[in-house]
Design a protein around this ligand. Structure first.
Ligand code: HEC
Ligand code: HEC
Length: 425
């Protein structure tokens, strides 16, 4: 099990007390916080990025915007990227959707995973088996990290965009040729030449046209400010423009504290590249042992398992049993707006998620089914792979009889902190 304990120095970059509203920094953290990046640096970079982004979109991104909302790119004619990634819901599933979405040529196929938000993906590194966390002096190996999709199988947003377009359970183009035909028939197909002038005048084959569409979608996701607004109350707090309540600050301290929530060990609170505010993920992968979700149609087959890194959707690590059950650590920005949590949408509230984190090992019967009187812990993994589940990182390192890492009152405080991560829209 790769360790996931970021050194306090890295974690604390955050407690970044803004000048106008000093955070009550716990004494033990205060010394490190003084040497940490200041809120002003983060704020200035973010403001600059926002100002740059607020200008008009490049022609490629403008084309990408039209494609993102284009239902005619799907075999059903009724599914656009935006049908699953709702701009009104931080680009996660629409508010009234179930844990997984329906797609395919006749909209009769159910997906396997909940729809992640498309916000704050810009800093996602490429997938590697050995991600490193810079903790000041040491570089700590956090194991597999990076890549897009919950199993990291797409290296960049351009490659990612082709996956839903060609997925038989999503937009269901049977081939790049079929996709290119749909692209050519769009009333605004001429915009491709405008967006990609270097390619105009030459004969564009189906592969090249599909690649342009994917690149345009990626440019839209990278350029449009709605994908990285940094408009949450927490961001305002970091910029010194707003305050957090006593409960929210207590929740933040519990979130960071290695002996309490230890959440920041994976949902990092360090500033990102160019001083961008934290994205609440270190992009690492872990097996948390989330219980099976019987409401996902694929799970009706007791022999079927979604194993994340080792398949079935990702194919290159199929033989690597040690990675089975691993899923990507998501950002927690806008998580409080979600209706379903974790890759399989098994939980329906943050309270359940938090109780799972701190009581998984104390009271497993709360989450897992019993067969012949025995609680089947980690029931969404075949028995031989259950050893992969993280039992070393707090708060997932408890034994029956231990006290939970967070009391119910502390859970409520962590939740009030998480709600400050919701963007303003
Ligand atoms: C039928 C619903 C559906 C449609 C349509 C859809 N997506 Fe997704 N999207 C998902 C789901 C579910 C996932 C997680 C998939 C996985 O991990 O295998 C996802 C993942 C992603 C990710 C990766 C996010 C991350 O955290 O790494 C990106 C980026 C993305 N989609 C963009 C798009 C674009 C662009 C389109 C249109 C071309 C699109 N999606 C169409 C459901 C959908
Ligand atoms: C060992 C690393 C690790 C630690 C520690 C950790 N998380 Fe997570 N978190 C993850 C991973 C990995 C996932 C995705 C798991 C999955 O989908 O199966 C996740 C998912 C979540 C989700 C669901 C988000 C979504 O979009 O569905 C929430 C909420 C969450 N974590 C909050 C917390 C909180 C609060 C804490 C502290 C009590 C915490 N996490 C501690 C790694 C971690």
């Amino acid at each position: 099990m790769p360790p996931c304990t970021a050194a306090p120095a890295a974690v604390l970059l955050l407690v970044l007390a803004p000048a106008s509203a000093p955070a009550p920094v716990p004494a033990r953290m205060a010394a490190t916080a003084a040497t940490a990046t200041t809120a002003t640096t983060a704020a200035t970079a973010a403001t600059a990025a926002a100002a740059a982004a607020a200008g008009s979109l490049s022609p490629q991104a403008e084309l990408g915007r039209r494609l993102f909302f284009e239902q005619r790119l799907s075999a059903s004619g009724r599914l656009a990227c935006a049908s699953c990634h709702d701009p009104a819901n931080a680009y996660a599933a629409p508010a009234n959707a179930g844990p997984v979405m329906r797609g395919g040529a006749r909209l009769a196929r159910w997906g396997l995973r909940t729809v992640p938000s498309l916000r704050y993906l810009d800093d996602t590194p490429r997938f590697t088996r050995h991600g490193y966390l810079d903790t000041g002096g040491d570089r700590e190996d956090i194991g597999p990290a990076g890549g897009f999709m919950l199993d990291g199988r797409a290296d960049d947003l351009g490659r990612q965009a082709l996956l839903p377009l060609l997925d038989p359970a999503e937009m269901a183009n049977r081939s790049v040729v079929e996709l290119a035909a749909r692209l050519r028939s769009l009333s605004y197909a001429a915009e491709f030449a405008h967006a990609f002038p270097a390619a105009s005048g030459t004969v564009t084959g189906p592969g090249a046209l599909a690649a342009m569409a994917a690149a345009a979608l990626a440019r839209y996701e990278l350029e449009d400010p709605s994908f990285h607004p940094y408009s949450s109350r927490f961001d305002r707090y970091l910029r010194g423009q707003g305050r957090l309540s006593a409960d929210e600050l207590a929740g933040l301290a519990l979130f960071i504290s290695p002996s309490k929530g230890n959440c920041a060990a994976c949902h990092s609170v360090t500033t990102g590249p160019q001083g961008r505010p934290p994205d609440f993920t270190d992009h690492s992968f872990h097996a948390l042992g989330v219980p099976r979700n019987a409401s996902i149609p694929a799970n009706r087959d007791p022999g079927f398992f979604d194993l994340g890194l080792c398949g079935p959707l990702r194919v290159d690590l199929r033989g690597e049993r040690g990675y089975c059950g691993y899923f990507k650590t998501p950002t927690l920005r806008n998580a409080a707006r979600r209706r379903y949590f974790f890759h399989n949408g098994r939980f329906g509230s943050l309270r359940e998620v938090l109780r799972f984190y701190v009581r998984r090992d104390l009271d497993p019967a709360l989450w897992y089914p019993r067969t012949r009187g025995q609680v089947r812990k980690f029931d969404d993994l075949p028995a031989r792979l259950r050893v992969n589940v993280d039992t070393s990182d707090a708060p997932l390192n408890r034994e029956p009889g231990d006290a939970p890492a967070l009391s119910d009152a502390e859970i409520a405080q962590v939740i009030s902190f998480l709600k400050t991560l919701d963007d303003a829209d």
